[in-house]
Design a protein around this ligand. Structure first.
Ligand SMILES: Cc1ncc(COP(=O)(O)O)c(C=O)c1O
Length: 430
């Protein structure tokens, strides 16, 4: 019997941070004599040594194209099958429902073009104001074919989706609902399962962007029942690659634009040209990193999926503590405003990704100015809209530099958070 930990059954030990950090060589760097603090996870996370090793070992030993009648080509085929099965465990689906691509944006444009072949005037697609543009523009492109794009609005005060508004915009004409699992700008986690249910009730497909959620929580496409879900392995401790889950029936039914000699079998009919083999070798290593983390904290885990679930239970609890510390600390800095959920009782609905701005900022306190001063002191943050363009426009911060984004992941420490708070205080007061 498979042992599947749940919040109720799992009693994880606390995250072994020394063990975690020892696996990420880049964390040991310094900037201007300050230890580097990686708060840029939402833009891309660091990788453990085993990912670096898997990439270089592939290039050293197995570097070949697929389906050839010789050893290294055979090894490459096996490596690709292993990576597909690792991602199937990561997302909880079958291996032939996993499609690899260069990144989430490219995969989504490919899928929107294929889905759009069967759509036209009178059809509607629903997108949200909260999403990264990679889950907006590929659908907006279908306006050319006569498709109408509708927008689900947000509650500005806490940057959550207005579910009533979203539900009111789904109707019999809706062919697809595109929604983010979590916002890469303000950290909001959306009620994706409920949104998938609403889409299906109207006969629409549900397309989920899980790029930002990937490093923070376990993804279960079977439980969500979504039709498509996309993520990027470079956001969860792996190489720069994108991965798409599509229900097998859709991958078989939809018509990809493809070259003729390419097989019509799924999932390969969706993978055009030669893939980035070395990075795909790194994907298995990053999933194994997470699974090993889970096994360390939950040795009873009976298989890799159970270990991944356990890893995210441990990660979620640890990140929650860090997030509470950071939000409490920033709330005490009167010059700073946090955008997004700040009510502790709703923290289950946010990731540890914070968007902040100086209230009534002057030109020395723009998000870029803050990020630059922090960067000089070794804190890696981001500034601007990070492609969540509709959100920064809606909140009227786009023209004045967007937000400063502070993103925590499980290799960050409480000590880093405390040092950041002290430094932020000094910077905004100067
Ligand atoms: C929420 C979200 N969706 C989509 C993307 C685009 O991902 P990719 O770079 O893999 O195309 C990003 C990248 O930052 C993101 O944060």
């Amino acid at each position: 019997m498979t042992i599947m930990p749940t919040t109720e059954t799992l009693a994880p030990t606390a995250l072994d941070l020394t063990h975690v950090r020892s696996q990420f060589p880049s964390l040991a760097q310094a900037v201007n004599g300050h230890p580097a603090v990686f708060l840029d996870g939402p833009g891309g996370t660091q990788v453990p040594q085993r990912v670096i090793d898997a990439i270089s070992n592939y290039l050293r030993r197995d570097n070949a194209n697929t389906c050839g009648a010789y050893a290294t080509s055979g090894h490459t085929d096996t490596m690709l099958a292993d990576a597909r099965s690792a991602m199937a465990d990561f997302l909880h689906c079958a291996a032939d429902e996993i499609v690899f691509g260069p990144n989430m944006t490219t995969l989504t444009f490919a899928m929107s073009r294929a889905i759009g072949r069967d759509l036209g005037s009178g059809d509607e697609i629903l997108v949200t104001r909260l999403d990264h543009d990679a889950n907006v523009s590929p659908w907006l492109a279908l306006e050319e074919t006569g498709v109408t794009i509708r927008w689900a609005e947000i509650h500005e005060e806490d940057c959550t989706l207005d579910l009533a508004d979203l539900a009111s915009k789904i109707n019999q004409k809706t062919k697809l609902v595109a929604v983010g699992y979590a916002s890469n700008a303000v950290g909001t986690i959306n009620p994706v399962k409920e949104i998938v249910r609403l889409a299906h009730a109207a006969g629409a497909l549900a397309y989920v962007d899980a790029v930002h959620y990937g490093p923070h929580g376990v993804i279960d496409v079977a439980a969500l029942d979504c039709d498509f879900l996309v993520c990027s392995t470079y956001k969860f401790f792996g190489p720069h690659m994108g991965v798409l889950f599509g229900k097998r029936e859709h991958l078989q039914r939809l018509r990809p634009y493809k070259v003729r000699p390419l097989t019509d079998a799924v999932p390969n009919r969706w993978e055009w040209g030669t893939l980035n083999h070395e990075c795909i070798a790194g994907i298995t290593a990053c999933v194994e990193y997470l699974a090993d983390l889970g096994r360390r904290h939950y040795p009873q885990a009976a298989n890799r999926r159970a270990a991944i679930v356990a890893a995210f239970e441990t990660i979620r609890r640890y990140e929650r503590g860090l997030m509470e510390r950071l939000i409490a600390g920033i709330s005490e800095i009167p010059q700073l405003k946090i955008y997004g959920i700040t009510d502790r009782s709703c923290f289950d609905w946010r990731c540890p990704t914070l968007a902040v701005r100086v209230v009534n900022q002057n030109k020395n306190q723009t998000p870029l100015a803050l990020a630059t001063k922090l960067g000089d002191r070794g804190f890696f943050t981001w500034d601007g809209n990070y492609y969540a363009l509709n959100l920064t426009e809606q909140l009227d911060v786009e023209k004045s530099g967007g937000f400063l984004r502070i993103g925590l992941v499980h290799y960050n420490t409480a000590e880093e958070v405390d040092r950041l708070l002290v430094t932020l205080c000094q910077i905004v007061a100067s």
